[in-house]
Design a protein around this ligand. Structure first.
Ligand SMILES: [Zn+2]
Ligand SMILES: [Zn+2]
Length: 318
């Protein structure tokens, strides 16, 4: 294929991630500038805040939408679609899949396929986002900018392929974020009309509530690939470099207990001691009480005992 065709295929894939699926548009780990232009554009669009101004409502909306979608990513993209740590029905699976897709971190199947690959090869040469293997920035924002990152290995998510609704939002992964932008713009314009005292409008609410919120959400999420493999403590001597980090656990609603998670990924709960705050788990517990999800995988007794034993050892050591 010529260079022009490569560019055209990359542009089409902004909208249809599976377009020309037999076409390889670059070297496996080569940076694809055209394909990541929307991602770069989203970062630059944060600067629009200089023109749109700020309101308490817009900032509050950005924070609320950040945490709502963080929960959809941690609770569903990660603990459900990637690890199946609980069960739910097809309706709620789709609802939370859509909410997760609004985070602009591509589709649930793509996300789960790459994450399962990470667990199988953590910090080994095959791991696509390992700070140990490829450096901090590659693990943070490099790994998904190349052909290896864009592609989804269907074999890793065979269990989800039978759901056409999931395949649809996974294939057209820009659709849900685009609808979110339109809805947020409409809300901002409606508020400008009916509640002018809030001082917001469509463009301002999109810049704060979608653009800034989504960029922050993205960096918080991928900090688990980068920071949580270099910064923090290691309770378990796992074969990777995963760490437990209180600050990351707060920002990511519990995912910062990453060393715990690599020790026992099957657990719905990632904070293994009562003081290891894991807000995603508390929210999943509430969803279970509401009958929306069920069969949350508990931490097995032997892992709980191992946790207590290692903590005791660390405490008595000088
Ligand atoms: Zn990891
Ligand atoms: Zn995981």
């Amino acid at each position: 294929m010529t260079r022009v065709q490569n560019v055209l295929v990359s542009v089409v894939r902004w909208f249809d991630s599976e377009a020309h699926s037999d076409h390889i548009s670059g070297e496996p780990r080569a940076f694809s500038f055209v394909r990541v232009l929307p991602f770069i554009g989203l970062h630059l669009a944060c600067l629009l805040v200089l023109f749109t101004g700020t309101s308490a409502f817009a900032v509050g909306f950005a924070v609320a939408f950040f945490f709502l979608r963080m929960f959809a990513i941690t609770g569903f993209y990660h603990r459900y679609f990637s690890h199946k740590t609980f069960k739910t029905n097809r309706f709620w699976q789709f609802v939370f899949g859509v909410l997760g897709a609004s985070a602009g971190q591509r589709g649930p199947l793509w996300w789960a396929a790459h994450h399962r690959h990470h667990h199988q090869h953590s910090d080994q040469p095959e791991d696509l986002h390992s700070p140990k293997q490829s450096g901090f920035w590659w693990a943070h924002i490099g790994w998904f900018t190349c052909e290896d990152g864009f592609r989804m290995n269907e074999r890793r998510v065979r269990d989800w392929l039978r759901f056409p609704e999931l395949r649809f939002i996974n294939r057209f992964d820009a659709l849900v974020p685009a609808v979110a932008v339109v809805l947020i713009f409409g809300l901002g314009e409606a508020l400008a009309l009916w509640a002018p005292g809030l001082g917001t409008n469509g463009v301002q609410l999109v810049v704060w509530g979608f653009v800034i919120s989504t960029v922050a959400l993205f960096h918080a999420t991928v900090s688990i690939n980068s920071l949580a493999h270099v910064w923090g403590s290691r309770r378990f001597d796992t074969s990777d470099d995963s760490r437990n980090n209180f600050l990351l656990a707060l920002i990511t609603l519990g995912e910062g207990w990453h060393n715990n998670h690599h020790r026992w990924p099957q657990s719905a709960r990632q904070g293994f001691r009562w003081y290891e705050i894991d807000i995603t788990y508390y929210l999943l517990w509430v969803l279970e009480k509401l009958g929306i999800i069920h069969d949350l995988n508990p931490l097995p007794a032997q892992i709980r005992e191992e946790t207590l034993r290692l903590d005791e050892l660390r405490r008595v050591k000088p």
